[in-house]
Design a protein around this ligand. Structure first.
Ligand SMILES: [Zn+2]
Length: 841
């Protein structure tokens, strides 16, 4: 728990300024794109014809976004006549002159013939390599957030929505995918021509082109309009594809029902590509998915592609049909898509899974807030839009929607959401449109709610206590807000329900919380045996119970809400007394929900107490692999031979890749003499996405054994599985932290990785560089910060460089003693506060 002591970095980086989006001079009615990709040359020949309509004033000049495109010809086309247009290319823009100007409300068709050669972004060519000879050559695009301009000229901003036609010419035998309906597929000599048409206007960041020897699998029809569902995989991955995408049609039915709006497009395709730089991208009607989500039967034991599939499918409504007007409102895309993942989980697996999904969102968001920065969800202070695609946008956004569901109640919430979708379908949206739809559908004015949870940064940290006074027969529930409160950051204001049960009776009260310290006194004619604070787990807060062991034990066994049980388990782990220990042990036998036990395992392990060690060893072979995984991870807190023996058994015998990986990682932490050989052997495994090997890498790093370095460094190199590489990069930094003499070698390896062609590897290497905090990284980080094509790499490099410089200037710099350093800083801060308060008085 360090979020009050941590010095929050400001979200806005140097050079960030408020972003308001461009003016609108024309409306683009249609983009007609004709593309011929060339695999060998890694280039694309394109003809992009834009139909522009002038608004209320004549247009004599227009600057299209076009980065690194070689423009060969620009002309105005009418019927079959083409008239050349004067144009210039400068600073990522194609400036076109119109003489005479386009008259108000008149349309002009502008045709641009161009070539994109070895593009830096937007268009990616995958080729077989010595390390991966079986991967066939294919090509894919990634246009979000502003990379469409790297593969065709356009007005590349989400407020510009247009109809599109995409014609793709590929060698015979190759498949090609574009947005919308397939309207033509014809063979010509050596080529096949695919033509796709997207009638409902959409933004350029949603445009796609994928081509390669993909296999088409028709996966039935779904929804009111019997939409055909397809997925595409490279040859040999059909069964893995079914495992990954098999639930798509069921999801589509659920989302139609919840949004009250039928799936808007004529078909839905998912195509799995190699080396994808995101998990998935919701290109309109034609989602691109990473092929890393394709998985075998063993992975399917405790891995599901459903969250990814549901997320991208939900975007077809939230993002594609209703598109954020400016990136600052991108939570209307991402927060909703993340929330809908949980909604699918609820429909498929039940309420417990839904609630735990939201709880995990909250956990993720809290971690970012405590370790990185704070910002409001709606925020326009950035340099690149991609910077705000963080856990505030996705996970906090989803948690806000869950809270809204509690605020409005089930029927009103869905009614409001359906109204929001119906009235804004096809349009651009801002947060105010959601507020208005809620108001129109329910009469509720939620401007205050949005001001607090969406436009204000931070969250409440609540401590909840319960005291029973048997003489007065009054239960007193106190709620303390522990976050920093001052004039600029007042206490949060919200309503919360509290349920008190005992003696076969039940009492529910609603409390209004608005002050730092609130007391709710409830007169009862029974002693409460079970207290449920916020029984729906709606409030977006970090809640700690201080109930006492008896009431928390009752909550762990009796609260039907999994979040209540998790909070109770955390209090019990901290308590560690006999009642607490018995209650936790009982839970591992009786609790039906894996998420509660996973959290209980983490909380118990964090205490490092002998009782916790016993409990975890006994639970290590739990029937649910996700419980076993958490238990194995938690055992990493103990360093002894018995724990190592138990972990060695699980590492070799468990069926689940993830359980084995967790056991290997913890085995390294035990520093047991047997560990190194086992880890080195496991590093040679070849499992799905390098999962087991990645566990071995973490274990090797934690072993602090210098012999690990060449193994970990080897796993970082290109040619190894991309997921394994990323894990190994983190491990390399950790190893160097623990093994000071290896530092220089690690710095050298990481410096090379900072220039890797795979941006996900680069991002991981930046994180590792920041962790090591070595000033030798600074020249490369500074270069990435200004020159990298990918906005994520640029952002992360700046953040890392700032932290490395800051730490270098810190008064105390003791390697390997970061915690002490933070404590010292905290001391300093407190002292400073004391001096200031003395000065005031
Ligand atoms: Zn998304």
């Amino acid at each position: 728990m360090r979020d009050e002591t941590y010095e929050h970095q400001v979200f806005a980086l140097p050079g960030a300024r408020p972003q308001y989006g461009p003016d609108k001079v024309v409306a683009v009615e249609e983009i007609d794109l004709h593309c011929t990709p060339h695999m060998d040359a890694e280039s694309l020949d394109g003809i992009c014809t834009l139909t522009l309509r002038a608004l209320d004033e004549p247009v004599s000049r227009l600057a299209l976004d076009a980065v690194d495109l070689e423009v060969l010809e620009v002309s105005a086309v009418a019927n079959s006549h083409a008239r050349p247009l004067a144009h210039a290319v400068r600073r990522g823009k194609l400036e076109v002159e119109f003489t005479p100007p386009i008259a108000p409300n008149a349309a002009e068709r502008v045709r641009v013939r161009y070539r994109a050669s070895k593009p830096r972004h937007g268009l990616f060519f995958v080729k077989p390599s010595a390390a991966r000879p079986q991967t066939p050559a294919h090509v894919w695009t990634q246009s979000q957030d502003q990379y469409a301009r790297y593969w065709f000229p356009c007005l590349d901003y989400p407020h510009e929505k247009q109809r599109t036609t995409t014609t793709i010419v590929v060698p015979k035998g190759t498949f090609a995918l574009g947005n919308g309906e397939l309207v033509e597929r014809r063979d010509e000599d050596q080529h096949t021509v695919f033509r796709y048409r997207q009638e409902i206007p959409h933004s350029t960041y949603l445009m796609t082109l994928v081509a390669g020897p993909f296999v088409e699998v028709a996966s039935g029809k779904a929804g009111k309009n019997a939409v055909p569902i397809y997925y595409y995989v490279l040859p040999g991955r059909e069964a893995d594809g079914e495992r990954a995408f098999g639930n798509t049609s069921k999801m589509l039915d659920v989302f139609e029902e919840r949004t009250g709006t039928p799936y808007p497009y004529p078909r839905y395709s998912q195509i799995a590509v190699s080396d994808f730089i995101f998990g998935g991208m919701e290109n309109t009607a034609a989602t691109t998915q990473t092929d890393r989500t394709l998985h075998d039967e063993t992975a399917h034991l405790d891995f599901s592609s459903d969250p990814l599939v549901a997320h991208e499918l939900a975007h077809q409504w939230f993002g594609n049909l209703l598109t954020c007007r400016d990136w600052e409102h991108a939570w209307l895309n991402e927060g909703f898509a993340t929330f809908m993942e949980a909604v699918w989980r609820e429909a498929d697996l039940g309420r417990d899974e839904y609630l735990y999904d939201i709880f995990e969102c909250l956990t993720f968001f809290l971690k970012e807030e405590s370790e990185r920065y704070r910002r409001p969800i709606v925020c326009n202070m950035f340099r690149d839009p991609i910077e705000i695609f963080d856990r505030h946008l996705y996970q906090k956004g989803a948690a806000v929607l869950h809270m809204l569901r509690g605020e409005l109640g089930e029927a009103r919430f869905w009614r409001a959401l359906q109204r929001y979708v119906r009235t804004n379908a096809g349009k651009n949206v801002e947060t105010i449109d959601l507020i208005r739809a809620i108001e129109e559908a329910t009469g509720r004015n939620l401007r205050g709610f949005f001001a607090q949870w969406v436009y204000r940064e931070g969250h409440p940290r609540l401590e909840v206590r319960v005291v029973w006074d048997p003489r007065r027969r009054v239960a007193t529930v106190t709620v303390d807000q522990k976050q920093a409160i001052d004039a600029e950051h007042p206490a949060y204001e919200f309503d919360v329900e509290i349920e008190l049960c005992g003696n076969g009776q039940q009492r529910r009260v609603s409390a209004h919380i608005e002050r730092e310290h609130e007391t709710v006194a409830v007169a009862l004619d029974f002693e409460p045996a079970l207290v449920r604070f916020d029984p729906g787990a709606f409030v977006l807060a970090d809640v700690t119970y201080e109930f006492g062991a008896e009431l928390s034990a009752a909550a762990l066994s009796g609260d039907e809400n999994v979040v209540g049980r998790i909070r109770a388990a955390r209090e019990l782990a901290k308590d560690g007394g006999r009642i607490a220990r018995d209650a936790l042990a009982e839970a591992f036998v009786r609790d039906e929900f894996w998420g509660v036990l996973a959290e209980a395992a983490a909380a118990a392990g964090a205490t490092r107490a002998p009782w916790a060690r016993e409990l975890l060893i006994s639970a290590l072979e739990h029937r649910h692999p996700k419980v076993a995984r958490a238990v194995a991870t938690s055992l990493g807190n103990f360093r002894d031979a018995e724990v190592a023996t138990a972990l060695i058994k699980v590492a070799s015998e468990a069926r689940s890749y993830f359980v084995r990986a967790a056991a290997l990682a913890s085995l390294g932490k035990t520093r047991d003499p047997r560990a190194f050989d086992i880890l080195a052997a496991a590093a040679k495994a070849r499992t799905w996405n390098g999962t087991v090997e990645a566990g071995a890498m973490h274990g090797l790093a934690e072993s602090a054994d210098a012999r690990a370095l060449p193994i970990v460094a080897d796993a970082c190199r290109s040619g190894r599985d991309a997921g394994l590489r990323r894990a190994a990069i983190g491990a390399l930094a950790r190893l160097a932290e623990l093994c000071e003499p290896e530092r220089t070698r690690a710095v050298e390896e990481l410096t090379t990785l900072l220039d890797d062609p795979n941006v996900l590897v680069v991002v991981e290497a930046i994180a590792a560089a920041e962790k090591l905090g070595d000033e030798r990284f600074l020249p490369v980080l500074d270069r990435i910060a200004t020159q990298a094509a990918d906005g994520r790499a640029r952002r992360d490099a700046v953040e890392a460089a700032i932290r490395i410089r800051k730490n270098a200037k810190a008064p105390v710099q003791v390697l390997g003693l970061r915690d002490d350093l933070n404590e010292l800083r905290e001391e300093q801060r407190k002292l400073q506060e004391k001096i200031e308060s003395l000065a005031r008085s």
